[in-house]
Design a protein around this ligand. Structure first.
Ligand SMILES: *[C@@H]1O[C@H](CO)[C@@H](O)[C@H](O)[C@H]1NC(C)=O
Ligand SMILES: *[C@@H]1O[C@H](CO)[C@@H](O)[C@H](O)[C@H]1NC(C)=O
Ligand SMILES: *[C@@H]1O[C@H](CO)[C@@H](O)[C@H](O)[C@H]1NC(C)=O
Ligand SMILES: *[C@@H]1O[C@H](CO)[C@@H](O)[C@H](O)[C@H]1NC(C)=O
Ligand SMILES: *[C@@H]1O[C@H](CO)[C@@H](O)[C@H](O)[C@H]1NC(C)=O
Length: 394
């Protein structure tokens, strides 16, 4: 049986290589990754179907090896910095991944920004690793330390102590579904999806490790930034509290949770983040950036290119394609120039009434001044009102 497994493993890899060579030869003009990927999945699926030839299900080792092959293919036109190659970036070869954490809060555009980073070929996405803490903000003890440890473990691809995280994820699979490259395998091999042995090895294959969290306040990120071995970069994503709170009104999990629906608490966090941003910008100028969701939405290509330069990532055509399809929704048909991403941050102008806007502005005076959000001062025509001005964290 052992020999049969070995033979199976070798043939599997051989067949995969042949398939990949076949695919890449056809790809010149008719580039269709999802079609090619489907073929690979079908091919894998054929091993899953119990049949009478008693071919064993691929082992964890087989799946890891298949993913390695997929990654080589996916990254074939990725431009690493001069002189570098994939092995320099993967933990499985004792390399050092490019690691990025997006720190934000609920309904502030972090899902969008997280998906932009995940559009980079070879990215492994640690989506919302603090989901199991519920609808709370982590600012200090008792949650701060275990939360920081969870983030560090994940960035090191070490799932061995993450019992609560995995337990929660098994019943809330969106913890993993955003991590598309992992989830593709989870759908084919559900028996391995939540297995720590599998996850440790799988994660270590990926050169880019991204993470986003909406529950950890910025100053707690310093202990992660400080870790030289991790070599992580942190991006703080901020949004106008009027936009954030308007958007949260429509989520059933937010109303009634003070950390989520109380303007004074939300804005106190923004003030604390502002002070932390100044500190981090001073102490880690090459590793920390702040970004406003409104600026990102109004100018996605320019801001993302600039952000990728800072992160050391190649602005790959897959990222461009992602932006094309997610920021240029032509709502009014072919001739319309309406772009969805340009109006998305400003829905609060039409959705909130005067007293709601006033209530937020009264509670957010300091936060709005810091981050460059202009108060309405009860203007009658909100449509033409520009809520943005400059801010300075230097
Ligand atoms: C790519 O392949 C998928 C799956 O076979 C198909 O649904 C899709 O229409 C194809 N896209 C293009 C642009 O050919
Ligand atoms: C495979 O085996 C099952 C059960 O032993 C049998 O019912 C089925 O007909 C077999 N299929 C083929 C294709 O031989
Ligand atoms: C994970 O997979 C390994 C190797 O197949 C196995 O030994 C281990 O029991 C699995 N762990 C769990 C929690 O299922
Ligand atoms: C504004 O909206 C709130 C919440 O929907 C509502 O309770 C309040 O009566 C409204 N105020 C005015 C002046 O319309
Ligand atoms: C703001 O405008 C509303 C509606 O026009 C009005 O009811 C309210 O009294 C105004 N508030 C202030 C402070 O001027």
């Amino acid at each position: 049986m052992v020999r049969r497994n070995e033979i199976f493993g070798i043939s599997l890899v051989a067949i995969l290589c042949l398939l990949l060579i076949g695919f890449s030869q056809k790809e010149n003009t008719n580039y269709n990754r999802s079609h090619r990927y489907q073929q690979l999945l079908d091919f894998e699926e054929s091993f899953k179907t119990p049949n009478n030839f008693t071919i064993p299900t691929p082992s964890i080792k087989d799946v890891i090896s298949m993913q390695g092959t997929l990654l080589l293919h996916e990254l074939q036109d990725y431009q690493f910095p001069e002189g570098d190659n994939l092995e320099d970036y993967t933990l499985s070869t004792n390399g050092r991944p490019l690691r990025t954490i997006i720190i934000s809060t609920w309904r502030s555009g972090s899902t969008f920004l997280g998906d932009v980073l995940n559009a980079v070929p070879g990215n492994y996405y640690h989506y919302e690793p603090l989901l199991h803490y519920g609808i709370i903000q982590i600012r200090s003890a008792p949650h701060a330390e275990p939360a920081q440890d969870t983030l560090k473990s994940l960035l090191n691809c070490d799932y061995s102590s993450l019992f609560n995280y995995l337990q929660y994820g098994m019943s809330h699979v969106y913890l993993f579904t955003h991590n598309t490259r992992l989830w593709n395998q989870c759908e084919v091999y559900p028996q391995y999806c939540w297995n720590q042995t599998f996850l440790n090895q799988f994660c270590k294959l990926f050169p880019f490790q991204s993470m986003k969290t909406v529950r950890l306040r910025l100053w707690l990120a310093e202990s992660i930034l400080k870790d030289k071995e991790l070599n992580v970069k942190v991006v703080l994503l901020v949004r106008d509290p009027r936009g954030t709170l308007q958007s949260r009104k429509h989520r059933d999990w937010c109303p009634g949770e003070p950390d989520c629906d109380q303007p004074n608490i939300v804005c106190a966090d923004m003030v604390s983040d502002f002070r932390a941003a100044i500190q981090l910008g001073k102490n880690y100028p090459d590793k920390f950036r702040a970004l406003r969701y409104e600026d990102l939405s109004l100018n996605p290509y320019e801001i993302i290119q600039d952000l990728f330069d800072f992160l050391g990532l190649h602005f790959h055509k897959d990222v461009e394609r992602f932006l094309d399809s997610h920021t240029r929704v032509n709502v009014g048909g072919v001739s319309s120039t309406f772009r969805d991403s340009k109006s998305a941050p400003f829905h609060w102008k039409t959705d909130l009434n005067h007293s709601e806007i006033q209530y937020i502005e009264e509670n957010c005076d300091e936060a709005m001044k810091m981050w460059g959000y202009v108060k309405t001062n009860n203007v009658s025509n909100l449509r033409d009102f520009n809520p943005l001005t400059g801010y300075n964290i230097e």
